[in-house]
Design a protein around this ligand. Structure first.
Ligand SMILES: Nc1ccn([C@@H]2O[C@H](COP(=O)(O)OP(=O)(O)OP(=O)(O)O)[C@@H](O)[C@H]2O)c(=O)n1
Ligand SMILES: C[C@](O)(CO)[C@H](O)COP(=O)(O)O
Length: 237
């Protein structure tokens, strides 16, 4: 049995979004970040990890940008058409993988993933449950009504932010996602589908620098974090 640390994995990268909340002229994954597009930074950071051997990239069917990037011709990259929602894009990516036991899914919008955190997540391979990178909530959390008035303050002691990558047995993830989508369940991450079918999800604490670039201010923060990460050989910031 090959130990997890010696195994190689495929990553599915959903990158078919339009980035509405970024309010940019182009989809946010193509915005510049340290001299390349954010998507290139995310892909290069993933494939630079010694245990990631292949990336399946879900792109918008009418994406006019990716083909012009130098990375587009890399042999480790497989492109598929993304779907209406992120979960559809992920499922399309999973459909392109047959010969793997485990698979990870990582947002194109998260370019600042420390390899130290990816090491911890990949160590779940072959075990009883899959898991996700996550970081503990640090602010007091409020539940609001439709007027944005506080209903209640929530107990944050066991509350976490779900990040990506999310790492699960391939067959389980394919089946869970398909079942949840068939049932019209709102799925915003892979773990939600596993939870919906009653599966267990292990939270693996990751660094809060692994932000999802969603709004304009996030790109400035990502530039700072990615600079630190690259300076430290991608391991940590
Ligand atoms: N139909 C979709 C929607 C999103 N994504 C991807 O899922 C990741 C996380 O989604 P999000 O941050 O919400 O990106 P967008 O959907 O592009 O952003 P917005 O909701 O602001 O439009 C992104 O890498 C995005 O490209 C995707 O592959 N397919
Ligand atoms: C998958 C995810 O990044 C985990 O936090 C998040 O759910 C993506 O949400 P989005 O609205 O598709 O950005």
């Amino acid at each position: 049995m090959t130990p997890p640390s010696a195994q190689h994995f495929t990553a599915v990268v959903p990158a078919a979004g339009v980035g509405k909340r970024m309010r940019a002229d182009i989809p946010k994954q193509y915005l510049p970040l340290l001299g390349k597009t954010m998507l290139e930074q995310t892909l290069e950071n993933l494939i630079a990890h010694p245990q990631i051997s292949r990336v399946v990239l879900a792109l918008h069917p009418e994406d006019p940008y990716f083909a012009d990037l130098p990375i587009a011709s890399q042999p480790w990259l497989t492109k598929v058409n993304g779907g209406e929602e992120r979960a559809d894009s992920v499922l399309a990516g999973l459909a392109a993988i047959q010969d793997e036991e485990w698979v990870l899914v990582h947002d194109a919008a998260r370019p600042c993933l420390p390899h130290q955190d990816l090491d911890k997540l990949l160590a779940l391979a072959g075990g009883a449950v899959g898991g996700i990178l996550a970081c503990p909530v640090r602010d007091t959390m409020k539940l609001a009504d439709e007027h944005n008035r506080v209903n209640t303050s929530l107990d944050r002691s066991r509350m976490w932010h779900a990040l990506t990558p999310q790492f699960f047995p391939l067959a389980l993830l394919k089946d869970s996602l398909q079942q949840a989508l068939n049932a019209n369940v709102a799925i915003t991450d892979e773990a939600s589908a596993i939870e919906w079918i009653g599966g267990t999800v292990q939270l693996v604490e990751g660094n809060a620098c692994n932000i999802k670039v969603t709004q304009p201010v996030d790109l400035m923060l990502a530039e700072f974090y990615l600079n630190k990460l690259l300076h430290n050989g991608r391991s940590s910031i």
